[in-house]
Design a protein around this ligand. Structure first.
Ligand code: AHG
Ligand code: MN
Ligand code: MN
Length: 333
């Protein structure tokens, strides 16, 4: 049903009927994320002016403390979602514990929880390279009207109702899925409106790009080393091209459009890799599967992992289906 040039607002309304028992709650939630994305976009765009208007830790002209952008993005998303009273709980990379919303009010009927990585790839900000926001949405499992518990957040990724990311790149895009394919919207900054620019996004079945921090090569498992040698070998459509931005959102976005694989494996320095299952890998894995691609920890489907901790880490292999399958083949040897 999606039409190019549709605004995100129009798209949300038109597709609300996809949810049989929809009360409009999820639509409101996506709308709130759209709003927070615009606010954060505005802040990210000003990042280069930090030397002029003040660095993190300084005080600005109003006497307010300047904040680091990842902290600021965290605040903006939490504020937007809290004030509009459309979720019952939020967990974030920037918060040690989850936040329970309206836990004192027995009348609150909100049934969704959100997990976010408010600013992904934040080390790229100072050098004017793309960063992103990642979000993941679930229905709570504990009864509506009671305070949320950890159980509501520790659900396997396959239970996700929606997931997506915002990429603050050469243009700003919001890409998301509600389990009916993946759609990408580009922000027209002049009028602050997102337009459907990339309907029904899909990874090519295979590709020629591999994205991994090769500086850690010596610490990788043998399976990953062997797969990298395979990528570099001159044979058939190889050698592949190496592209690594160091921002999962940006690396994923490029690979989805061009075809490729992203790997953040475990290593002798980090036994579960670096990326977080709940607000980095699960949402990206849901998007990947909805876009005809694959995501695993090298052996098992990411979306089937039963989480045990809010901030748990997991090795991540994600991208064009054939490439992930090939990497898994090397891992199992
Ligand atoms: P964050 O900025 O939210 O901490 O995440 C950064 C992540 C991910 O986006 C990126 O792919 C990876 O860290 C890069 O890690 P290395 O610098 O170890 O390659
Ligand atoms: Mn991140
Ligand atoms: Mn982050």
């Amino acid at each position: 049903m999606s039409k190019k040039n549709q605004t995100l607002g129009e798209f949300i309304i038109e597709n609300q009927t996809e949810f049989k028992y929809s009360s409009g709650e999820l639509s409101k939630l996506i709308n709130a994320i759209r709003l927070a994305a615009k606010v954060v976009n505005h802040e990210v765009n000003k990042a280069g002016l930090v030397d002029i208007i003040g660095a993190a830790g300084d005080t600005n002209v109003q006497g307010e403390d300047q904040q680091k952008l990842d902290v600021l993005a965290n605040e903006k998303f939490i504020q937007t979602l809290t004030k509009r009273e459309i979720v019952c709980g939020i967990a974030s990379e920037e918060e040690d514990d989850f936040i329970s919303i309206n836990s004192q009010d027995e009348n609150h009927q909100n049934k969704y929880i959100v997990l976010i990585d408010p600013l992904d790839g934040s080390s790229n900000i100072d050098v004017n390279v793309s960063v992103g926001t990642i979000f993941s949405i679930y229905r709570r499992v504990t009864p509506v009207g009671t305070p949320v518990t950890l159980q509501d957040f520790l659900q396997p990724g396959r239970n996700q109702v929606a997931a997506g990311y915002v990429i603050y790149g050469t243009s700003t895009m919001l890409v998301y899925t509600t389990g009916h394919g993946v759609n990408g919207f580009t922000l027209n900054p002049a009028i602050g409106t997102f337009y459907l620019s990339h309907p029904n996004m899909e990874f090519p079945e295979t590709g020629k790009i591999y994205s991994i921090n090769e500086g850690n090569y010596n610490h990788f498992p043998q399976g990953v080393k062997d797969y990298l040698k395979y990528c570099q070998k001159e044979e058939g459509d190889r050698p592949y091209t190496s592209r690594y931005i160091g921002s999962l959102v940006s690396d994923f976005h490029r690979n989805m459009i061009k075809g490729g694989i992203y790997i953040y494996p475990k290593s002798s320095m980090a036994s579960n890799g670096k990326l977080r299952l709940l607000y980095e890998c699960n949402p990206m894995a849901f998007l990947a599967e909805q876009a005809n691609a694959k995501a695993s920890d090298g052996f098992t489907r990411i979306l089937d992992i039963e989480p045990t901790e809010l901030h748990q880490r997991v090795p991540f292999f994600c991208g064009s289906r054939k490439m992930v399958e090939k990497a898994e083949e090397f891992m199992s040897k």
